[in-house]
Design a protein around this ligand. Structure first.
Ligand code: FAD
Length: 416
């Protein structure tokens, strides 16, 4: 919408949002749990995008249900974390009336089916259908002249002096482009490596599985319930009680190590490919992660919760004690996260930007990435313009139907 030029989206699948952007928890998150400085970009993008998504849903008639989220403390030490969130929420731009800190007694009164010693309530977290959002965005982009080449799987990229040649699988004719933005989700690291950049990073894939809760016990809790992460460095390990946009309750996700970015199959078939994935270079990063005393034990627990419905249930039962195994009536739609690991063996929390030859790569675009995506995209365009990478396009800002660039730019502190 800001530039004229031939812009093409290459997508391997026959449709958009077949992977993480559809297979997620479906929450437009408020950024109360994101560190205002260490996770500044994600926090800002989430806060700005929150309003953008709500407006988008209203104008396009897409479902969005304000359900709110309780982040619950299961032990006294977790209450400190909740108190910290009050400060984070304010620093990240949330209004005082959007949040509430509740002690165990008040929670017992309001939510008799939640067991906890206290909770932080983010009242405005909203359940949406990110698949429907992404489909609608595709149509908007097409109306502005963007071409979507679905069913186009990038297999090789050759860097030339003034452009890059992109080879596609299945005998499709190759493409030539002046500039490439790599944002291939769980395959983004592979695309960057293919172009010879980001070689200091590696990744691992974790499948997040959900269970659908019997609608007869849906009224146990009417809001999302997340527990304070037991391991702050691995916040994606603790499954939640989830309220979907259509009112369905689910529990999940867990985080089962799998071999690939679309390994939605059973665990048994994953073992050999996972070993191969582990030995992918640079291997030192993963070896260092393995030295972390917690990592192997946690991985084993996650694998067990994939095999055992009872184990998954017990993890949520810690804060919804009335939940029973027979309440879990079938599997939900699993999604795969791909955290990036640095040379120190640490899992990185923010998105990583890697400039490449005639290209720019976004790695580690993880949660709350679906929430933050509209504002993050604006940030990216601004960044590329500031680097002089969009000089081959004609700047021609067009009036917008739903989202207004100036508002987003102001919220994100952009230069253009
Ligand atoms: C279990 C789970 C729960 C989550 N819950 C939430 C939540 O509640 N709220 C929230 O805000 N965020 C959530 N997230 C995070 C959010 O879903 C992601 O950050 C976001 O969807 C990532 O978008 P993406 O476009 O980078 O990746 P994707 O949506 O995975 O898209 C990447 C695309 O690249 C394509 N591709 C890959 N390789 C190639 C290739 N070689 N050639 C052509 N195309 C290729 C893929 O087909 C895919 O369509 C969750 C994530 C997971 C996994």
């Amino acid at each position: 919408a800001r530039y004229d030029g031939r812009i093409v989206v290459l997508e391997r699948e026959p449709a958009v949002a077949e992977h993480a952007s559809r297979r997620n928890t479906g929450v437009v998150h408020q950024p109360f749990y994101l560190h205002p400085r260490d996770q500044r970009l994600f926090a800002r993008a989430a806060r700005v995008s929150y309003g953008l998504w709500l407006k988008y849903a209203r104008e396009k008639g897409l479902p969005a249900k304000e359900v709110g989220t309780y982040e619950v403390a299961l032990a006294d030490k977790d209450v400190d974390v909740l108190e910290k969130y009050v400060g984070y929420a304010a620093e990240n731009g949330m209004a005082a009336n959007e949040v509430e800190l509740l002690d165990g007694r008040e929670m017992g009164r309001r939510e008799p089916n939640i067991a906890c010693v206290g909770a932080f309530l983010s009242k405005t977290d909203t359940a949406v259908d990110f698949h429907a959002f992404t489909d609608a965005l595709r149509k908007d982009a097409e109306a502005l002249g963007v071409t979507f080449l679905t069913g186009s799987s990038v297999s090789r990229i050759d860097v030339k002096e003034n452009d890059v040649d992109v080879a596609l699988d299945g005998g499709k004719p190759p493409l030539q482009t002046r500039y490439l933005i790599g944002c291939a989700g769980g395959d983004a690291v592979d695309i960057a490596h293919e172009m010879g950049v980001g070689l200091e990073y590696t990744d691992l894939h974790f499948r997040g599985e959900y269970w659908v809760v019997d609608e007869r016990v849906a009224n146990l809790v009417g809001r999302n319930v997340y527990s304070v992460p037991r391991h702050p460095d691995l916040p994606f390990l603790d499954p939640h009680w989830v309220v979907r946009w259509n009112g369905r309750r689910e529990i999940g996700p867990n985080a089962v190590p799998v071999a690939g970015s679309h390994a939605y199959d059973s665990l048994a078939r994953q073992v050999l490919p996972w070993i191969a994935k582990f030995y992918e270079p640079p291997i030192e990063n993963k070896l260092r992660l393995l030295l972390s005393p917690d990592f192997l034990a946690l991985t084993a627990t996650e694998m067990w919760s994939s095999v055992s419905k009872g184990e998954m249930m017990r993890r949520v039962q810690r804060f919804v004690p009335a939940l029973r195994k027979e309440h879990l009536v079938g599997p939900g739609i699993a999604g795969i996260r791909t955290p990036v690991i640095n040379r120190k063996g640490a899992i990185i929390k923010e998105a990583i930007e890697v400039p490449g030859p005639h290209s720019y790569h976004i790695l580690n675009y993880n949660s709350p990435g679906a929430t933050g995506s509209p504002a993050f995209a604006a940030y990216l365009v601004d960044r590329l313009a500031a680097r002089g990478d969009l000089g081959h396009l004609k700047r021609n800002p067009k009036p917008q139907n739903v989202w207004d660039w100036d508002t987003v730019a102001k919220g994100m502190g952009l230069g253009t």
